[in-house]
Design a protein around this ligand. Structure first.
Ligand SMILES: C[S@@+](CC[C@H](N)C(=O)[O-])C[C@H]1O[C@@H](n2cnc3c(N)ncnc32)[C@H](O)[C@@H]1O
Length: 223
C-alpha cells in the first residue's frame, strides 16, 4: 500500500484522513474527535482505575488518540506510557495541517507536532505524565513484538475488517491477550459479531457498549 492521504473534515469540525486506495477514513465521518473520545478515552482510559497505565495502540495514524490521551493525563493525574504501532506513518507535512490542537488546545500545537516528529523506536517523555514509544512496525507480525512490560489498556484502532481483514484475526487477539495484564482492557470501534467472538475465544470478557453518533455499538474487552 502506498497510502495517499487526503485531509477531510468530519461532522464535528475535526479532521480525518481518507485513503482513496482503500476507500477508507481514519475515523468516523460523523466526528473524529467525538469518536476517539467516546471509544478510547471514555470507554477505555476513564474506565481503567489504575493511575499508571501501560497502553498499547494499534495504528498511530494522525496521533489523535495519543494527543487526547496526553491532554487527559493533565486533568486526571494519571501517567501513561504509550506504545503505538504504525506501519504507514503520516508525513509531518500532513500532521501540521491537522486541526486537532487548534480545536482542543491551541497552546499545545507544538506538543501535537512533537508526537509526530519524535524518534521512532525509543521512549520519549513528551510531558511529565506522557511517555511515547512509536514503533514503525507491522502489526501483522505481532509475534515478533516483545514489549518490556504487559499492557493495561489497548486501543485497537485498525482499519475496518472489510478493508483490512488480516488485522482482525484470532491470531492477533490471542497475542494481544497474552501481552496484557489481568484486568487489562481493549476497546475498539468495531462491534461486529465475528470480532466479538474472536475476542471471547482469546479469553476476554466482552461488553457491547453504545457507540458514538453514527454507530450503534462499540466493544470493550476485559481480561
Ligand atoms: C483507523 S486508522 C487509525 C489511526 C489512529 N489511531 C488515528 O487516530 O488517526 C488505522 C491505522 O492503522 C495503520 N495500519 C494499517 N495497517 C497496519 C499494519 N499492518 N501495521 C500497523 N499499522 C497499520 C494505518 O496506517 C492507520 O494509521
Amino acid at each position: 500500500m502506498t497510502m495517499l492521504h487526503i485531509i477531510e473534515l468530519t461532522e464535528d469540525g475535526s479532521h480525518t484522513l481518507y485513503i482513496p486506495e482503500l476507500n477508507e477514513h481514519y475515523h468516523s465521518t460523523h466526528g473524529a474527535v467525538q469518536e476517539s473520545l467516546h471509544v478510547y478515552l471514555e470507554a477505555g482510559l476513564h474506565h481503567y482505575d489504575k493511575q499508571e497505565v501501560n497502553l498499547l495502540e494499534i495504528g498511530f495514524g494522525t496521533g489523535l488518540n495519543a494527543f487526547l490521551t496526553l491532554l487527559d493525563t493533565e486533568r486526571s493525574g494519571k501517567t501513561v506510557k504509550y506504545t503505538t504501532l504504525e506501519r504507514y506513518p503520516v508525513s509531518l507535512a500532513h500532521a501540521e495541517k491537522l486541526n486537532y490542537s487548534k480545536l482542543l488546545d491551541p497552546s499545545r500545537k507544538e506538543i501535537f507536532i512533537q508526537l509526530h516528529s519524535s524518534a521512532w523506536g525509543d521512549w520519549v517523555d513528551i510531558t511529565p505524565t506522557f511517555g511515547l514509544k512509536k514503533l514503525q512496525t507491522d502489526a501483522l507480525r505481532l509475534e515478533e513484538f516483545q514489549p518490556e512490560a504487559l499492557f493495561d489498556l489497548i486501543y485497537y484502532d485498525a482499519f475496518a475488517p472489510e478493508k483490512q481483514p488480516g488485522m482482525w484475526t484470532e491470531e492477533i487477539f490471542n497475542r494481544l491477550y497474552a501481552l496484557s495484564n489481568y484486568g487489562a482492557m481493549l476497546t475498539t470501534y468495531c462491534a461486529k459479531g465475528a470480532v466479538r467472538r474472536m475476542l471471547q475465544t482469546a479469553g476476554y470478557r466482552v461488553e457491547r457498549l453504545p457507540g458514538p453518533p453514527g454507530k450503534r455499538e462499540i466493544l470493550r474487552a476485559v481480561k
